[in-house]
Design a protein around this ligand. Structure first.
Ligand code: B16
Ligand code: MG
Length: 211
């Protein structure tokens, strides 16, 4: 592997909290009488909490104040955190654990680059913090993907330049963020079809085949 560092998105790459995001947003949308489905949910991948709410409110005829929006986001987050509380180490696949261990063994530095403010809780519940040399998440950024801030911070925390790091993402907005920051990028899941990514992964372990 020619990269000195690999920066992993969390939701959709290391673990699959997208189903919990969907459940929590769906509960809120139903309460407000707003149409919401899995296709709209796909547009929320990698997008910050408030930007996600704005996408959901596109289907609402009502105009909501900033205060109301903050309350809605908080309401969704409480439901989401209750679902996260059920997570355990079993939510991280053996394939992910083995690949991270192999990369560490090769001397590659590993970081998280996630939009989520709940990253510490997820890493704690799944006991995965130990794999990462640095964590850059929704708590240390002011601009959401596709802005490259979260990945630039991750590289900085690793003491590496963006040219030395590979970004692994499931979201189109995340690949755009990686490209904007001058990183090489690998798409997995939905983003494996994205032509802007340098590498297209069929599985997580495919990272090990990148030279
Ligand atoms: P929170 P990622 C993203 O995580 C999710 O994909 C996105 O759906 C969510 O809105 C965002 O985190 C913020 O999450 O509400 O927990 O702060 O893919 O960047 O790891
Ligand atoms: Mg993601």
């Amino acid at each position: 592997m020619k990269f000195k560092g690999v920066i992993f998105d969390l939701d959709g790459v290391i673990c699959f909290t997208d189903k919990y995001h969907y459940k929590a947003w769906k509960t809120l949308a139903d309460r407000l009488g707003i149409y919401f489905d899995e296709q709209i949910n796909d547009r929320l991948r990698g997008v910050s909490r408030m930007a996600s709410l704005e996408i959901i409110l596109e289907k609402s005829e009502k105009h909501y104040s900033e205060e109301e929006k903050l309350r809605f986001a908080e309401e969704k987050n409480l439901i989401y955190r209750q679902l996260l509380a059920e997570m355990s180490p079993a939510d991280i696949s053996n394939e992910v654990r083995e690949t991270l261990t192999r990369l560490r063994g090769m001397g590659v530095k590993l970081a998280i680059g996630s939009s989520s403010k709940n990253t510490p809780l997820i890493l704690n519940k799944t006991q995965t913090a130990e794999y990462f040399d640095a964590v850059s998440d929704g708590n240390n950024i002011t601009r959401s993907k596709p802005d490259p801030e979260v990945f630039l911070k991750a590289a900085e925390f690793l003491g590496l330049t963006s040219a030395e790091c590979l970004v692994i993402e499931d979201a189109y907005s995340g690949i755009d963020a990686g490209v904007a920051g001058g990183f090489s990028t690998a798409g997995i899941g939905p983003a494996s079809k994205y032509e802007k990514a340098n590498y297209h992964l069929k599985s997580f372990a495919d990272i090990l085949s990148i030279e």
